[in-house]
Design a protein around this ligand. Structure first.
Ligand SMILES: Cc1ncc(COP(=O)(O)O)c(C=O)c1O
Length: 339
């Protein structure tokens, strides 16, 4: 424990002390339970294993300069997990219990929250799975909610480093009326082939197009997309993307700094007009893009000349991080201080 290199942590799993669980049986949720086991013992016919009844979330707790621990917008994650549960017919986990479980798991693993100076954070991973045995394709009648934590390093150790992504039309992560708007495991399984192919070609991720017409931008593998054009923050509106809580927060901050926010279908060709482009999500907050290569048309869109992030990306990144770490006031009530 004493020898954790807090600022050198990867975005990976490190064992912590406890996780919190809750079971849904006979039509109702039970009490929160605390365990130190990393193992779940489940029925071999559980629906999560066969039919993908699985949803997860990702959020973070931050230790401030003042020593206080802040969790960012957990109410939004609780609501999104409920929406995912409805989407694949799982029992919804109540928002108050979700927040209580997050508070509990953070407090129980306090010693794993990285110090302020490290720029690292405690990643919180809630999970909801179908446990009941079914052989026919049916929703389970039993579920388990679980939340564990693991300390993760700063996404950009030496500050922002813009990355490249690619467009590949032969793969979709979600269908037009499918599950793209839910945070369910199947979407991530569906993205692995394209993702590993993109990685092997030197790209950080795939920027997916809308699966119906392949005309508009959707999102990146694990993050939403936004572009900056003059004084406008432009981000895709689509039924097949996950509603990112980071993107929602950045839209608010952009608006507050006097920018115009446009959430609408974004044609691929519009990439040529953007001054800046980026991915956004809990892991990195903002990951600026240096270049987007359309591998089907051989067009390249370049956003940085000196491999430095654009000024608006830097401004929004600094603003959001300052709220998360408690360096600046939180005018929107986004953070919950955990005592
Ligand atoms: C597909 C996808 N899009 C976007 C995001 C970003 O969402 P958030 O900002 O809520 O982390 C994530 C990560 O959760 C994701 O997996």
């Amino acid at each position: 424990m004493e020898n954790i290199n807090w600022s050198g942590l990867p975005f990976g799993y490190l064992k912590t002390d406890y996780n919190v669980r809750c079971y849904y049986r006979d039509g109702k949720w039970g009490e929160l339970e605390v365990t130190s086991s990393e193992i779940i013992n489940i029925h071999m016919a559980a629906t999560c294993l066969h039919y993908g009844q699985e949803s997860f979330e990702g959020l973070k707790a931050f230790k401030g300069k003042d020593g206080k621990i802040r969790v960012f917008r957990m109410d939004e994650n609780a609501k999104r997990m409920q929406s995912s549960a409805r989407g694949i017919r799982m029992a919804e986990f109540p928002q108050e219990m979700f927040e209580e479980a997050v508070r509990k798991v953070v407090k129980l693993n306090k010693r794993f929250i990285p110090p302020y100076e490290s720029g690292s954070a405690l990643y919180i991973r809630p999970l909801l799975i179908g446990l009941g045995a079914q052989v026919g394709v049916q929703p389970a009648n039993e579920y388990m909610f679980l939340v564990f934590v693991t300390p993760v390093g700063p996404y950009f150790k030496e500050g922002f480093k813009p990355t490249k992504v690619c467009i590949l039309r032969e793969y979709d992560r979600a269908a037009p009326h499918g599950t793209g708007t839910y945070k369910v495991g199947g979407n991530y399984a569906a993205s692995l082939a394209a993702g590993t192919l993109a990685n092997s070609k030197g790209y950080a991720a795939v920027l997916y197009l809308d699966p119906k017409e392949k005309k508009y931008l959707d999102e990146c593998g694990p993050a939403n997309f936004f572009g900056i054009k003059g004084n406008s923050y432009i981000t895709p509106k689509s039924d097949s993307i996950l509603p990112s809580i980071t993107n929602k927060s950045l839209m608010q901050l952009a608006e507050d700094t006097g920018m115009t926010v446009e959430r609408r279908p974004v044609p691929v060709e519009e990439l040529a007009d953007f001054d800046e482009a980026a991915e956004c999500g809990t892991a990195a907050v903002i990951a600026p893009l240096s270049q987007i290569d359309d591998l089907d048309t051989n067009k390249s869109y370049t956003f940085t000349t000196d491999n430095k992030p654009g000024a608006i990306c830097v401004k929004l990144y600094n603003k959001l991080r300052a709220i998360q770490y408690g360096d600046e006031p939180d005018p929107y009530g986004w953070v919950t201080v955990i005592d």
